[in-house]
Design a protein around this ligand. Sequence first.
Ligand SMILES: [Mn+2]
Length: 234
Amino acid sequence: MKTVYIISDLHLSAKRQNIVQIFTRFIDTIANKDNELYILGDFFDYWVGDDDLSDFHLNIINILKAASTKGLLIYLMHGNRDFLLGKEFAKLSQVTLIDDPYVLVRDERSFLLMHGDLLCTDDKSYQYFRKFVRNNLIQRAYLMLPLSLRRKLANKIRHQSQQKNARYKIIDVTEKGISQYISDYPILIHGHTHQQGVHHKSTYTRYVLGDWFHSGNYLKINPDNSISVVDNII
Ligand SMILES: [Mn+2]
């Protein structure tokens, strides 16, 4: 059994080079054929299309590719910031895109992996927005816009969501949202809310990954399927 590493919400951007350094060191230490890496969304602070190949993006692509070449299998789920990561990005960086939710099966144990935004059912306007922007036709129309305009629009949306979060505090997951997905899975692992923690319920345990704003953190599923939480990596 391989060891599985799970991370989320790195929000990589050219403005946060220190996080890129922490990530580079982290992926370097796990890059071998005994491990797998799952990235549960918001890996990038924003992604406006696979044609946006800035030096910063190319650097990250090369880091992923180098780790993959050493035998690390890398799986990537979309977050609400980088849901436009597409086939071209996946090919260049040698990662496999996975759906949200995703069921990771190891022996007879299953782990339900999600970004987490689908669980925030109280945020009605966001859920409506999510449905809209995940529509294939809408995405194709957006990707036909010039890169500069797409960047502008992304900035505007980010700015609006920051204002909204400042007004309403962070919108958390709901029991209603969880019950729509959890079914028979004993373990749910997600990010998005940045509210790192472990929540034990009678029928399941929910692990929430933290963001990488100041330091890194990850979950590790060991070969015996036990889970370790590792925090404050620098
Ligand atoms: Mn998110």
